[in-house]
Ligand binder design. Structure first.
Ligand SMILES: NC(=O)c1ccc[n+]([C@@H]2O[C@H](COP(=O)([O-])OP(=O)(O)OC[C@H]3O[C@@H](n4cnc5c(N)ncnc54)[C@H](OP(=O)(O)O)[C@@H]3O)[C@@H](O)[C@H]2O)c1
Length: 309
């Protein structure tokens, strides 16, 4: 198939490009920089220089590539996030998820592409307080934490726009592996080595995790699967009290500190506290059933030992 990949040079874009090319697809990767365009060509893709926020240029680029499939992996998330400044840190990503997605879908339509896939996240389900994993039918945040409101609205809009166009939404778990913050050289490893990645309160926040290579393979499977929403997470969403010590161990950091919730709140803010203590996991049953996909790293336990780069 001919694939137009927006975001083919990023954390998920790189392994996805390799996976698509290895499967025999013809890929046009989009980037804003000539250096990244050269890198795309060196890996075996066509490259097009374009900014997703330039509607006319994007339309012309996608139409010229004449793809069967358009994949949206556009984000611009800082490598190190400040949980108290989520609005600031996600401002550009919000724009890409709303305006960028709208532009890309209009361009895909103009180009006559038959399939559309967009990147979303598996960690915005409305918490229930029950010890169950969320499926795709479960409601998303009804009242998101204040600091996360705009980011959440942008995610919702991206999903709605994609589904209205009969596309596929992949709700990835938290990425780990090369190029992400959860890598041997990633920003969370650096924080862990400085003992700045503590277990907050009881460490009950459950994270759905996914290795970027497994996320790439799920995206490949989605090319042939039915449109819809899929959680792309591993088999073992885990509370922070379990995965943080294992991550510290895997990156050669000392054991994490335990920080009482009362002391953590001023540093972590409302959103940080939710993520560290109350977040809930998601199930990959639908992706396994409908896409025939299985993560190679069924659990982050093995993925952290072998796949952090
Ligand atoms: N589910 C998750 O956990 C999740 C999801 C996304 C990101 N992250 C994390 O966030 C961090 C940063 O990753 P990232 O993927 O956001 O950043 P990134 O690795 O820099 O990739 C962003 C991609 O989007 C493209 N892009 C950004 N703005 C664009 C624009 N205006 N027009 C065209 N292309 C544009 C970039 O292309 P060029 O720069 O080449 O132009 C690049 O290919 C990583 O630690 C990653 O793991 C996590």
């Amino acid at each position: 198939m001919k694939v137009f990949l927006a975001g083919g040079t990023g954390a998920i874009g790189k392994p996805l490009l390799a996976t698509l090319l290895a499967a025999g697809h013809h890929v046009t990767g989009m980037t804003r920089s000539t250096a990244n365009a050269d890198a795309l060509r060196a890996r075996g893709a066509e490259a097009v220089l374009c900014d997703a926020l330039d509607e006319a240029a994007l339309r012309a680029s996608v139409v010229a590539a004449a793809p069967d499939v358009v994949i949206n992996q556009l984000t611009a998330i800082p490598r190190r996030l400040d949980p108290r400044k989520i609005e600031r840190d996600f401002a550009l990503t919000n724009k890409l998820r709303t305006e960028g997605t709208r532009n890309l879908i209009a361009a895909a339509r103009a180009a006559g592409a038959s399939k559309l896939i967009s990147q979303s996240v598996a960690f915005v389900y409305e918490p229930t307080g029950r010890d169950e994993l969320h499926s795709e039918e479960d409601p998303l945040y009804r009242s998101p934490p204040k600091a996360f409101k705009r980011t959440f609205e942008a995610i919702e809009q991206l999903e709605r726009t994609t589904l209205d166009a009969h596309g596929t939404v992949l709700r990835y778990g938290y990425f780990y592996g090369p190029g992400t913050s959860l890598a041997k050289d990633g920003s969370l490893a650096e924080q862990a080595r400085k003992r700045q990645l503590p277990i907050v309160g009881g460490g009950g926040g459950v994270w759905p995790l996914i290795h970027v290579d497994d996320a790439a393979k799920a995206t490949l499977a989605a090319l042939d699967g039915p449109p819809g929403v899929y959680n792309i997470v591993d088999d073992e969403p885990a509370p922070t009290r379990e995965w943080i010590p294992a991550f510290c161990d895997a990156v050669g950091a000392p054991k994490p500190m335990h920080l009482p919730a009362l002391l953590a709140r001023p540093v972590a803010g409302g959103y940080g506290m939710l993520v560290m203590t109350k977040a809930e996991g998601a199930t990959n049953a639908k992706a396994k059933h409908d896409l025939g996909w299985r993560p190679d790293y069924a659990s982050w336990r093995e993925g952290f030992r072998k796949g952090l780069g």
